[in-house]
Design a protein around this ligand. Structure first.
Ligand SMILES: C[S@@+](CC[C@H](N)C(=O)[O-])C[C@H]1O[C@@H](n2cnc3c(N)ncnc32)[C@H](O)[C@@H]1O
Length: 236
């Protein structure tokens, strides 16, 4: 009897496909990792030589590649529960410096005493959106906060719930137009895991969750349609 393998639905079927799709789906994606790393590198704690940095949900490794290019001195820990995504990231990073690879959620990593309060900074790009707001988002954010040193900063990028606006339909039409102009055949591509299966929240809810997790209010540093980036600081 052939055992049916359960597919992880938090990302498209193959990680190579992920890279191809995400660049055509998210305006500005190609610059996101660069911007996220530059922001963190300018923070008081992460600017220090050899700072320990956590890349939460590293996926296929875009933030790691950029971190190694901008800050080869950083001590990087990469976590992702998906073996498939991690394997692609490891291939892409093969020529670079040493990375502490963890096939784990951030929540499980934070339960390990050695990780608590260890990191000077963290990056979380397009991860929170995949978790439902049933305690899972708060658990993820709390784990990130616990992993950071007091004053450590987090760059968080996510798909947000659109604000009610009479212009929202135009924004949605523009998103489709962007995808088509980028050569993405939305009907044929496996977009569902990156869009339909996300759980976007609004800014008020995000603020409440990050405050409950021990972070400052989120400061917006990026917006492209409904994709937004924020800088957060763990309370001192
Ligand atoms: C949409 S991908 C984003 C990957 C990468 N950060 C990027 O921007 O291309 C989301 C990744 O988060 C990972 N993930 C989901 N839940 C997670 C958790 N609780 N802790 C760490 N990673 C998680 C998934 O396995 C997936 O690789």
């Amino acid at each position: 009897m052939v055992e049916e393998r359960q597919r992880d639905t938090s990302q498209p079927a193959d990680g190579d496909g992920y890279e191809r799709v995400v660049q055509r789906l998210i305006p500005g994606y190609a610059s996101l990792a660069r911007l996220a790393v530059a922001l963190l590198a300018a923070s008081p704690l992460a600017s220090r030589e050899g700072a320990a940095i956590l890349v939460a949900g590293c996926g296929t490794g875009s933030e790691l590649l950029e971190a190694q290019a901008q800050r080869p001195d950083w001590s990087l820990t990469a976590t992702d529960p998906s073996a498939e995504m991690l394997a692609i990231a490891r291939d892409r990073l093969a020529g670079g410096g040493r990375i502490d690879w963890r096939q784990s959620t951030v929540e499980a990593l934070a339960d390990d005493g050695a990780s608590q309060g260890r990191f000077a900074g963290a990056l979380s790009v397009l991860v929170l959106q995949s978790l439902p707001d049933d305690g899972s988002k708060l658990a993820f954010l709390t784990a990130l906060s616990r992993s950071l040193q007091p004053g450590g900063q987090l760059v968080l990028v996510d798909r947000m719930q659109p604000e009610r606006s009479p212009l929202q339909k135009q924004v949605e039409a523009a998103w489709i137009g962007f995808q088509q102009a980028s050569g993405l055949d939305a009907a044929a591509e496996e977009l569902a895991p990156l869009t339909d299966q996300t759980h976007p929240i609004g800014l008020a809810r995000l603020s409440a969750l990050v405050n409950a997790a021990g972070f400052s209010d989120p400061a917006r540093i990026f917006q492209a349609l409904n994709y937004e980036g924020f800088l957060l600081q763990r309370a001192l």
